[in-house]
Design a protein. Structure first.
Lengths: 288, 288
């Protein structure tokens, strides 16, 4: 054939080519829109970085850049101390949430006892109770127990608020574990604790990661509990430090922004590193 | 003990810490709140008054202002769902670099709402980004100060709330889209269905459960997670313009020292979230 364009057998080849070209211009538009959305989503980071690179005077004048706010940061915001507090509160709470949630999830899924269904429902329902709804009795109880003097009060409140979700997640997760595995462990003389520790925990690693990541971001970013359940300013987590500082009207905004960056960094690292566990946790319950 | 007995016993023991923690820190305080809501209570001594406190509370105009603010903020929910849905559909087209875009879009989700509140304050401030944008588009005589006026402060809070929800909801919808069978869309396209038609008849019905879950999570966040934003951005003001139920509880208890009324407001919030919670449990339970 010398005139391929007239050959009907060639037309299917031409059609996709034309189609692809139209798609391509569509793709470019799409790409531009996505860049636009990206600009909006990156805006907070730009605000923080841009404003932190000024001194108070430069900020008020609206021009000039320096690292002055960063070098003087620790004299205004005890960042080191606050990050340490956040870290201690976060890790202690998460350890308790895991130590309590794991065995409970195992029990509710595999070692069902009398009324365990009802008890499970009560615990899962507690997931829906916001702290604000029980704030006053909670505050008075924890204060009366003398737990607001250190980290203990805040840690216990976070642990209690995080436990229902972790119990729900572990229970759902362990339902997929075959009963035979547990029976085999018992027959081998491991005992229930041995089965939990040696057989169940090792296969629960993805669920453990999900609970840890979700709770880390939740607790690291929280304000209310740290604000009310920690009395000493020297034990304040960083979110509380920033919020209280911003409420005082004399605060230098560049330094507040520098502090914000420091507070945001750990959660962002965890977030970017463990995104898939977060997604898993969020869609738990409808994604089975 | 028989084997079945031993298993039940082990289950009860494993579940016990979770049960105690949830009882002590969530269930018991709800009961306490019911009692204290009918007392005059300053956190130390409580004197019984009776159910008339409830009657009194509902005559307090501030309570109605807070409830109205919550109701008005519900208007932001369609945007907090619609925008992420659009963004998720864009991401699902998988243009070049979509993974990077995805990470960028999710990134603000990792940041504390305390920090996002500080950034939003910079956005809405008199010398902030919003006015710069308005001037850039040629309206140099126009100056806004949304957080400074009773008429606009709540809208500014609502807009900030929409922004803070974009990451989580986009993530949910994207997960939903990933489970969509692409051959279905392909078949519809071959049958001559347009994009909008495919979206309406295939994509949306498929996402139903994800949209329901996002809706519930967004409403719950609206009722119980705005504290950080309000604390940092407005302190509930101007006047009571941005005081929602959860913030009213905090103010009544900790600024006015009226623990009894604050406990009562807490129960109102509890009932509101319980209604949403029932919907949530039905969503989770409808599979079983």
């Amino acid at each position: 054939m010398t005139t391929p364009l007239l050959d009907p057998s060639e037309s299917p080849v031409i059609a996709p080519v034309r189609r692809r070209r139209r798609l391509k211009s569509g793709r470019v538009t799409l790409f531009v829109v996505m860049v636009g959305v990206a600009v909006v989503m990156l805006y907070p980071f730009w605000v923080m970085i841009y404003n932190s690179l000024m001194t108070e005077a430069q900020f008020l004048a609206g021009k000039g850049f320096s690292l002055g706010s960063w070098s003087a940061l620790t004299s205004v915001i005890p960042v080191g101390q606050e990050v340490l507090s956040s870290t201690i509160i976060c890790s202690a709470s998460i350890v308790i949430i895991l130590l309590i949630g794991l065995p409970a999830g195992f029990a509710f899924s595999k070692l069902r006892f009398r009324l365990s269904t009802v008890v499970f429902l009560v615990i899962v329902s507690a997931m829906m109770v916001p702290l604000q709804a029980i704030l006053m009795p909670e505050f008075v109880n924890v204060t009366k127990l003398g737990l607001t003097g250190g980290y203990a009060g805040a840690v216990l409140v976070y642990a209690a608020l995080g436990t229902p979700f972790s119990v729900f997640l572990f229970t759902t997760y362990f339902r997929g574990v075959p009963d035979e595995l547990i029976e085999a462990g018992i027959v081998d003389g491991l005992g229930y604790f041995g089965v939990l520790w040696r057989l169940v925990v090792p296969i629960a690693v993805p669920a453990i990661a999900t609970v840890t990541v979700l709770q880390f971001i939740q607790i690291w970013d929280d304000l209310l509990v740290g604000l009310l359940f920690i009395q000493n300013t020297s034990e304040r987590p960083i979110t509380v430090g920033l919020a209280v500082l911003s409420a005082g009207r004399t605060t230098s905004i560049p330094q507040l922004m520098a502090g914000s960056i420091i507070s945001a960094l750990p959660a962002m690292v965890v977030y970017l590193g463990f995104q898939r566990y977060l997604v898993k946790g969020l869609t738990m319950g409808i994604d089975r | 003990m028989t084997l079945a007995r031993r298993r039940q016993f082990a289950g009860a023991v494993f579940a016990l810490p979770a049960i105690l923690l949830v009882l002590g820190f969530i269930v018991v305080p709800i009961g306490q709140a019911v009692y204290y809501s009918m007392t005059q209570w300053d956190g130390i001594t409580a004197s019984w008054i009776g159910p008339s406190t409830w009657n009194q509370a509902f005559h307090n105009p501030t309570l109605w202002t807070a409830l109205r603010n919550n109701a008005l903020l519900l208007l932001s929910v369609p945007f907090a769902l619609g925008l992420p849905l659009a963004i998720a559909v864009l991401l699902h087209q998988r243009v070049a670099g979509w993974r990077i875009f995805r990470s960028i879009y999710f990134l603000p989700t990792a940041i504390s709402w305390v920090v996002l509140g500080l950034v939003a304050q910079r956005f809405f401030a008199y010398q902030g980004t919003l006015n710069s944008l308005i001037h850039f588009f040629g309206f140099s005589a126009t100056n806004t100060n949304m957080l400074g006026y009773e008429s606009t402060a709540l809208s500014a809070l609502g807009i900030t709330f929409i922004f803070t929800m974009i990451g989580t909801n986009t993530m949910l919808f994207l997960t939903g889209l990933a489970t969509l069978d692409t051959s279905l869309e392909e078949a519809a396209r071959i049958d001559g269905a347009g994009r909008w038609r495919i979206f309406r008849s295939i994509t949306l019905p498929h996402l139903r459960r994800f949209i329901q879950l996002a809706f519930v999570m967004t409403v719950i966040a609206l009722f119980s997670a705005l504290f950080s934003l309000i604390f940092v951005m407005t302190g509930g003001g101007p006047g009571y313009a941005t005081t929602t139920m959860e913030f009213l509880i905090y103010q009544t208890g900790f600024n006015q020292g009226d623990f009894g009324t604050a406990a009562l407001y807490g129960l109102i919030l509890f009932v509101l979230t319980a209604i949403v919670g029932v919907v949530q449990l039905r969503l989770i339970g409808s599979d079983e």
